[in-house]
Design a protein around this ligand. Structure first.
Ligand code: XBP
Ligand code: MG
Length: 243
C-alpha cells in the first residue's frame, strides 16, 4: 500500500482532457492539401499512426514508411519540410479549437476544479505543442487557465516523446514531489508507459482511437472522468500496490 498522501494530479492533454485527435487529423490533412501533397490520413490510418507520439515524428514516420520517394519541398531539407507542414497543421488545429471544435471530456473540468479547490497541485504532461494547450484550455477554462496548473511540460520542453518518461520526470521535478505523491491521467498505451516509467500510478480513460491499446499496469481504466471526485482518487491511491 502507498503511504504518501495524494498531493498532485498530472494530466495528459490529447485524448485525456479532450478528444482532440479527430481535430488533429483534420488539421494534418488540411496542411497536406495546402502544400499540394496528395496525402490523406483517414481514421483507420490515423489510428495506426497514433502509435507514434508527436506530430512531427508522425509525419516523418509516414513519409519514410509510405512515401520514401517524395522529395522535400524545393530548397528545403527533410526536417525543414516536416517543420513547415507541422506549422501549417498547428495553425489549422489552433483555428479549429478557437472555433469551438473541441470540448473537454466529461468530468475533466469538474475534477480539475475540485482538486484545485482542495489544494492539490495540478500539472500537465503532454506531447503536444504549447499553442495547442493554450487554445484548448483558454476556451474550456478561461483566460486564467494557466493559474490552475503549477507545471506545464510539453513538446517545447520535453523533446523526447512518450513512451519516453522525460515529460513526466520533468513534471515531477517542477512539482518538487516524488511520484508516490502524485497520480497521472492518460488515454494511450504510450502515455501509460511513459507515466509508469516515471513511477506514477496512472488512471487511464481510453477513447475511440486508443481503446485497443494495452493498459496493463494502469491503476484504473475508466470510460471517462465523469463522477470521479478527489475522494475516489485518494481511496484508489491509498489502495495502490507500492510501485
Ligand atoms: C498526443 C500526441 C500529439 C498529438 C498531435 O499528445 O501524440 O502529438 O497527436 O499534437 P498527448 P502535435 O501526449 O497530449 O496525448 O501535432 O502538436 O504533436
Ligand atoms: Mg494522450
Amino acid at each position: 500500500m502507498t503511504t504518501q498522501p495524494l498531493q498532485a494530479l498530472i494530466f495528459d492533454v490529447d485524448g485525456t482532457l479532450a478528444d482532440t485527435e479527430s481535430v488533429h487529423r483534420a488539421a494534418f490533412n488540411q496542411a497536406f492539401a495546402e502544400l499540394g501533397l496528395d496525402w490523406h490520413w483517414d481514421e483507420a490510418l490515423y489510428t495506426e499512426l497514433l502509435e507514434v507520439s508527436g506530430g512531427k515524428e508522425r509525419i516523418a514516420h509516414y513519409w519514410r514508411q509510405v512515401h520514401p520517394d517524395v522529395k522535400p519541398l524545393d530548397g528545403m531539407a527533410l526536417d525543414e519540410t516536416i517543420a513547415h507542414i507541422h506549422e501549417l497543421k498547428t495553425a489549422a488545429y489552433e483555428r479549429a479549437v478557437q472555433e469551438g471544435a473541441v470540448a473537454l471530456r466529461p468530468g475533466a473540468l469538474k475534477l480539475i476544479e475540485a482538486a484545485y479547490n482542495e489544494g492539490l497541485a495540478l500539472a500537465i504532461a503532454t506531447t503536444t505543442s504549447p499553442v495547442n494547450i493554450a487554445a484548448l484550455l483558454r476556451g474550456a477554462i478561461g483566460p486564467d487557465w494557466r493559474s490552475f496548473f503549477q507545471v506545464v511540460e510539453d513538446a517545447s520542453t520535453a523533446p523526447k516523446k512518450k513512451p519516453h518518461p522525460q515529460v513526466y520526470l520533468q513534471t515531477l521535478e517542477g512539482l518538487g514531489l516524488p511520484a508516490e505523491a502524485c497520480l497521472a491521467f492518460e488515454d494511450s498505451g504510450n502515455g501509460l508507459k511513459a507515466a509508469r516509467a516515471a513511477g506514477l500510478d496512472t488512471i487511464v480513460t481510453p477513447n475511440a482511437f486508443t481503446a485497443h491499446h494495452d493498459f496493463t499496469g494502469a491503476l484504473r481504466v475508466l470510460p471517462s472522468l465523469e463522477g470521479v471526485g478527489v475522494a475516489h482518487l485518494r481511496a484508489w491511491k491509498a489502495d495502490a500496490p507500492a510501485s
